[in-house]
Design a protein around this ligand. Structure first.
Ligand code: GTP
Length: 599
């Protein structure tokens, strides 16, 4: 295909607005998949993805479209993107491989938070946006309102919007026409040097690493010696091809194409997504834009529920990491939970998906600890260290200040809920910078939050306040200095490291109270009084006591029935096994679980 008749585009949308259905429709109308063969949703391959309705991995698909107006065939490369910003690095790299994007909006729901954040991302990548208002077959579709929202919030002229029903196949020809006429063909590099952007990779047990590439210039074929710019490693190409949507080997890939390259790459850890691939000799030395080091933002401990399953967990996590290099792992052990791993994730959703895959696909029962972000701790010595685990926070006397990561967030909520949402924002130490109306009954709120505050229950609370009509999305922002402290939990004066946490000083007391309250409910009475305390830097913020029991458990048996007495003692021993002893106090494992677990 000549460059002028190639288009590379992606579809961006809020969850459930119809991205997958529309993709399927495009594949079907170009004959890329026969209708009877078409599984319901080809692009979402993983079970879990389908269940959750979230596309995680980006798959490119090549379609050949006959454009009747010009009596010409076009090569259309659809690059799939995940919808959620947890995967914004994946969204970004998919966008770097395109010149345009279809922005799909559900006509019954209107613009949602992810519509806005995705549209901003696409604009940042200078993509041509084609607004598509989908689901117009539904009686509750409100085209006028969505068009007004497009103009108000995204400054997209309403008359550019294409009204479609991906389900019924309405308006699809107009989409093809817009892709051809509005999205520019791939740019050209006159020097014809090989430049390809690696925008994704998967690991195949038989073929090794499969690189998903977007060709920007030159050509690549079997036998070529290639170089990856950032790692400076060289490989020999074994196979190149395109996805239709299955892998189809080709003689060569040319400028403008999207497809795959298989070289003798053994491990996904050897490559970096966003890297530029060129010739080993005579290649380019300048990387294509789009390279972004991926770094985890949220950390949590993962432990086997049953310590004998540690090896099983280890294997499972390592396997997961092969196909998802965004997960970081390091061994960790905790007095309360035994041996496990400290894992880093891109965001909350990513963490949740990994946890579910561990238990579902690999059958390991796991305990996950309360998530944490990375704090930048500036020491009095002038050094700055990064801390993702409260146990590693230095003594306060060494600390000058602590900074925490903030996110920029978009909330879209019904106007009538603004008051309550404002309250939630302030509870979460957030700030609302500006509010714009979106049509007559919704507003978009531009906010900033400490990431730490929205990790656990923010989304649930937002949904509950707005009866499900609110949505939120976020992108990482800068670090800001905050008044953060380490909250210690003491049992009879002894600090329990596993229960320490880093909190904002304004929340230390309430968090402390809640933890010792849970402990009090779960620690059995002992022969002596037990003091439970929450403290910051030696200052006690909260205290509860567990009173002593004077007698031993067998006392009430009068020494009479010996079997009963033995039974009681055995029962007590059983209970002891599951206890961790601190000082002289036995704390049941479930007390730790109750405090440490996230759900
Ligand atoms: P994620 O993969 O979760 O991001 O969702 P998606 O944007 O890919 O949405 P998907 O295509 O899975 O569609 C979500 C739901 O909307 C499905 O139940 C579809 O059947 C339905 N749907 C999609 N397009 C249309 C349409 O044009 N009309 C109607 N009535 N329903 C549609």
């Amino acid at each position: 295909f000549p460059r002028e008749r190639i288009r590379n585009f992606c579809i961006i949308a809020h969850v459930d607005h119809g991205k997958t259905t529309l993709s399927d429709r495009l594949l079907q109308m170009t004959g890329t998949v026969a209708e009877n063969k078409m599984k319901e949703q080809i692009l979402d391959s993983m079970d879990l993805e389908r269940e959750r309705g979230i596309t995680i991995k980006a798959h490119p698909v090549t379609m050949i479209y006959y454009f009747p107006e010009e009596k010409e065939h076009y090569q259309l490369n659809l690059i799939d993107t995940p919808g959620h910003v947890d995967f914004s690095y994946e969204v970004s790299r998919s966008l770097s491989a395109c010149e345009g994007a279809l922005l799909v909006i559900d006509a019954t729901q209107g613009i949602q938070a992810q519509t806005v954040s995705n549209a901003f991302l696409a604009e940042k990548h200078r993509l041509v946006l084609i607004p598509v208002i989908n689901k117009i077959d539904l009686p509750t579709a409100n085209l006028t309102l969505v068009k007004k929202q497009l103009e108000d919030s995204l400054a997209i002229p309403a008359d550019e919007a294409i009204a479609t029903s991906a389900k019924e196949g309405i308006g699809i020809d107009q989409i093809f026409k817009a892709i051809i006429q509005k999205i520019p063909p791939p740019p050209s590099f006159p020097d014809q040097i090989l430049r390809a952007l690696i925008f994704d990779s998967v690991y195949d047990p038989y073929k090794g690493v499969i690189l998903y590439v977007r060709m920007f210039s030159g050509k690549v074929k079997k036998g070529d010696k290639i170089l990856l710019l950032s790692s400076n490693k060289t490989y020999e190409v074994k196979e190149v091809g395109v996805f239709c949507p299955k892998m189809v080997p080709e003689e060569a890939l040319y400028e403008g194409n999207s497809g795959y390259i298989i070289a003798n790459i053994k491990n996904t850890a050897e490559i970096k997504i966003g890297d530029t691939l060129t010739w080993e000799t005579g290649g380019t030395t300048t990387a294509l834009p789009g390279f972004q080091e991926i770094s985890p933002m949220v950390f949590s401990g993962i432990y086997p529920l049953n310590s004998s399953e540690f090896e099983k967990l280890k294997n499972a996590i390592q396997k997961l990491q092969i196909n998802d290099p965004a997960i970081t792992i390091s061994p960790e052990s905790s007095v309360a939970l035994g041996s496990g791993f400290r894992c880093g994730f891109l965001g909350l959703l990513h963490m949740e998906i990994v946890q579910q895959r561990l238990s579902r696909e690999y059958g390991v029962d796991i305990i996950t600890t309360y998530p944490s972000v990375i704090y930048k701790v500036s020491l009095r010595s002038g050094k700055t260290i990064e801390v993702d685990n409260p146990a590693k926070l230095p003594d306060p006397s060494y600390i000058d200040h602590i900074a925490e990561p903030y996110v920029k967030s978009y909330l879209i909520v019904p106007s009538e809920n603004i008051g309550e949402v404002m309250q939630l924002i302030s509870e979460k130490r957030g700030s609302c910078e500006s509010t714009e109306s979106l049509g007559h009954d919704k507003v978009i709120m531009h906010c900033y939050f400490p990431l730490n505050e929205i990790l656990v229950d923010f989304n649930d609370k937002l949904k509950s306040i707005t009866h499900g009509y609110g949505s939120m999305d976020y992108t990482p922002d800068e670090y800001r200095i905050s008044d953060l402290v380490k909250l210690d939990i003491l049992v009879n004066g002894e600090p329990i490291e596993a229960l320490s946490c880093i909190v904002h000083s304004s929340k230390a007391e309430s968090r402390g109270r809640s933890i010792i309250h849970k402990l009090k409910e779960r620690i059995p009475r002992h022969l002596f009084k037990i003091a439970l305390q929450a403290a910051v830097g030696g200052k006690i913020l909260a205290r509860e006591d567990i009173g002593a029991i004077g007698k031993n458990v067998t006392a009430k048996c009068y020494g009479g029935d010996i079997t009963r007495k033995r039974k009681l003692l055995e029962k007590q021993k059983e209970g002891k096994k599951r206890m961790k002893t601190f000082g002289k106090v036995d704390i049941p494992q479930d007390a730790f679980l109750e405090i440490l677990k996230t759900d």
